[in-house]
Design a protein around this ligand. Structure first.
Ligand code: GLC
Length: 512
């Protein structure tokens, strides 16, 4: 019954969108133009979100911008597959093209799967449609997330056959895509077309592993108990562990984090598995899309500026102060935080010493949502320090850009940070990062004392953080020195260039 209902609803969607319905017989995909199709290596990203379609965090930005960067290389045919969530932006959705539907077997279920296609920046996107699973607000947080992403991953495998596209590399991101690799290695690799597909798994955050009761391995995930040893960890199904075990290679989003996840302090229980598979682990630093984050063209900003023409950054600051009801003072430094309000972002350090810091001439601006203990703390702080502290408890991309541009310092004292993108965005907007030396923060921000682009501290210690904040404020007061530092931060290369080459090397090493 459920299947019928799902099918009918999906048919309604098709009517909403201007779609071109094709026959459901396996359709050999039209091939992209450019260099000879056979010569192109086929890369398929499997992920649960991608900018600009749907984003809840850094993962989306990386999928959107890395795929675009790789697709610039003529030798790659890059495609991305995502669930068709209800919240996918209408402006894009209206141009999605329906290319057919199939039924996807998953244990005893047989579920409708509509397939939509869209092309952007040389990347082909596919969207997996099933309203029962994805017509809900947001991306995650449902009691049946395991089943939803199992359906998604199993659909990926089936869709490959339907469109006749067998990638050289199946690149799965985070636990939601882990089952795609597991299905490949336990079920599909026995079929001739799938047997040469190599799999890479990228960990964007080891904290979220996809853990479920072993009881549902066959019934819900459709994986035979003879493969239990692959996914079992700590008496549970652990999908991230399964993907690490069965992929040819696995990676994470910075070289430092690749080292850290071998250590129990960072690994959330998986350090033993990481160490055992260390021989196939790589750490590649994320980049950002320089066109998407460009203070010279960003339409959210009150004024545009660049490293060559810095003066309008002062306008951004003045207007931000006005907007946030802060006293308009050009020489008072604004220290900003834009962050999910969760423990590993280092908020406890901030709580510990921010009031001490606020004794000096500075303004503190915080933007973010998260755990209520932090939301309440920062709202209360703002009430107690009117004219000095502003806490905006929401997620607002337009305001975040205004803050990146209008602030002077950007605080990111994370306890752990696989990569972090905010420190790179802030730097690109000439706002100097103060970071703890962990994960990608350590790999992207070099201490000022060593001729670098920001300020760093090593231990997870509130007073060490306060010490470097004070050091930064002292440098701020020296206008010439500060300007040089701002230019240095703005001209640091945070683009995908080198990292995309590293991914290319990773792929090539697997395809030899
Ligand atoms: C996760 C990590 C973050 C990283 C992002 C993209 O959100 O927490 O550090 O930058 O993924 O890889």
């Amino acid at each position: 019954m459920a299947t019928k209902k799902t099918t009918r609803k999906a048919a309604e969607i098709r009517e909403e969108a201007p779609v071109e319905v094709v026959k459901t017989a396996p359709a050999a995909e039209e091939q992209p133009t450019g260099i000879s199709v056979e010569a192109k290596k086929k890369i398929l990203f499997v992920a649960s979100e991608a900018a600009p379609f749907i984003a809840t965090g850094g993962l989306a930005e990386v999928i959107g911008s890395l795929s675009k960067a790789l697709a610039k290389e003529e030798r790659y045919d890059v495609r991305v597959i995502l669930p068709l969530y209800q919240d996918i932006k209408k402006e894009y959705r209206k141009d999605f093209r329906f290319i057919g539907n199939i039924f996807v077997p998953l244990s005893w279920r047989n579920q409708y799967c509509g397939i939509f296609k869209y092309e952007k920046d040389n990347v082909t996107y596919y969207f997996v449609d099933n309203e029962y699973y994805f017509k809900r607000p947001g991306c995650y947080g449902y009691y049946d997330d395991g089943e939803r992403f199992a359906f998604f991953c199993r659909s990926v495998m089936e869709i490959l056959g339907f469109i006749g596209f067998y990638p050289d590399v199946l690149h799965c991101h985070d636990w939601q895509a882990a089952l795609a690799a597991l299905y490949l290695k336990t079920i599909y690799c026995f079929r001739p077309e799938y047997q040469f597909i190599r799999a890479v798994f990228t960990i964007h955050n080891i904290e979220y592993q996809g853990k479920y009761s072993l009881d549902i391995l066959e019934d819900l995930f459709g994986i035979s108990y003879r493969f239990q040893y692959l996914v079992e960890y700590d008496h549970c199904i652990n999908l991230m562990k399964g993907a690490i075990e069965c992929c040819e290679r696995f990676s994470t989003v910075s070289p430092t984090y690749a080292g850290e996840i071998k250590d129990p302090y960072y690994a959330h229980g998986l350090d033993g598995i990481v160490r055992r598979n260390e021989f196939k682990l790589t750490g590649i630093l994320n980049g950002i899309d320089p066109d998407y984050y460009d203070p010279a063209t960003d339409r959210s900003l009150f004024a545009n500026y660049s490293a060559e023409n810095l003066a309008p950054k002062a306008v951004c600051k003045e207007e931000l102060q006005k907007m946030l009801n802060l006293p308009v003072k050009a020489d008072t430094p604004i220290v900003a935080m834009i962050s999910r309000l969760v423990a590993h972002k280092g908020l406890d350090l901030v709580k510990e010493v921010i009031e001490q810091a606020l004794r000096q001439d500075m303004q503190f601006v915080l933007l973010g949502t998260g755990d209520s203990v932090y939301e309440n703390y920062f709202s209360d702080l703002a009430r107690r320090y009117p004219g000095k502290v502003v806490s905006v408890i929401s997620f607002n991309s337009d305001l975040s850009r205004k803050i990146y541009a209008g602030a002077d310092l950007f605080l990111m004292p994370s306890k752990s940070e696989p990569c972090g993108l905010s420190q790179m965005i802030a730097s690109r907007y000439g706002t100097i990062a103060i970071v703890r030396e962990t994960g990608g923060l350590r790999d992207s921000i070099v201490p000022y004392g060593a001729g670098g682009n920001g300020f760093t501290f090593h231990d997870y210690n509130a007073h060490d953080m306060l010490y470097v904040l004070n050091e930064a404020l002292a440098v701020y007061r020296n206008k010439d020195e500060w300007k040089q530092l701002v230019v240095k931060a703005m001209t640091t290369d945070f683009t995908w260039g080198k990292s995309a080459r590293n991914y290319a090397e990773l792929y090539e090493s697997m395809l030899k």
